[in-house]
Design a binder for this molecule. Structure first.
Ligand code: SF4
Ligand code: SF4
Length: 214
């Protein structure tokens, strides 16, 4: 019997000692951890500083996606009012977030950096349909704001849409010769315009807002 009491005291002693140690967890969702630079959250479709869409509807992202959750259809740009600097643009773009594994292969495959990821991961929905993000939910507005299907709530922090992922990119030998072997971080989408990555602006498209205005 005495042995049992001794074991209980020993257990209390373990708990008591832990009470004075610093916490290793955070009281989520009240407190949110700062995410790593390369965190993979929900996607966004970007624009160039002059408002043109970066997506050229090439479907490479859909082809590389291991979860087969991207559906893109490309369409020829209207001659008088082109949507993107390329010949085509993505007029249908959908991602089924229920199937997405957030691997970012789509981001790696995109030749224009049209699709990137933000740091938002709180995406609770009430029905399956709501989990399919369409072009209207993915494409940033001309002033650089990223839309989201759910309003701000205690379950999501839309401020995280303004925090973009960062990518360490290495230009492949098959890329532009002048950038071969050059690696650097690239901030991508977020609230407001960000300059495109080195060498990623389409010919004739200004790389900065100043150039765009000038
Ligand atoms: S993050 Fe991965 S799984 Fe999700 S859409 Fe992109 S390629 Fe597909
Ligand atoms: S997001 Fe990129 S890879 Fe996908 S269709 Fe548009 S341009 Fe092509």
């Amino acid at each position: 019997m005495a042995w049992r009491y001794l074991k209980q005291v020993e257990g209390f002693w373990v708990v008591f000692r832990q009470m004075f140690k610093p916490r290793v967890t955070t009281p989520y969702p009240k407190v949110k951890r700062v995410k790593p630079q390369r965190f993979h959250g929900r996607h966004v479709l970007n624009r160039y500083p002059n408002g043109m869409e970066k997506c050229i509807g090439c479907e490479l992202c859909a082809g590389v996606c291991p979860a087969r959750c991207i559906y893109v259809r490309g369409k020829d740009n209207p001659v008088d009012e082109p949507v993107s600097p390329g010949e085509r643009y993505g007029f249908i773009y959908e991602i089924n977030m229920l199937r997405c594994i957030f691997c970012a292969m789509c981001v790696e495959a995109c030749p224009t950096e049209a699709i990137t990821m933000t740091q938002l991961f709180e995406m609770s929905v009430q029905g399956r349909e709501d989990a399919i993000y369409t072009r209207s939910e993915l494409l940033m507005s001309p002033d650089g704001v990223v839309p989201h299907p759910q309003p701000q709530s205690k379950f999501n922090d839309l401020g995280e849409l303004t925090l973009a992922d960062g990518w360490m990119r290495a230009t492949a030998a098959a890329g532009r010769a002048e950038y071969q072997g050059i690696r650097h971080w690239t901030p991508t989408a977020g609230a407001g315009h960000r300059p495109p990555e080195q060498g990623q602006a389409a010919d004739g498209v200004p790389e900065t807002e100043e150039e765009s205005e000038g």
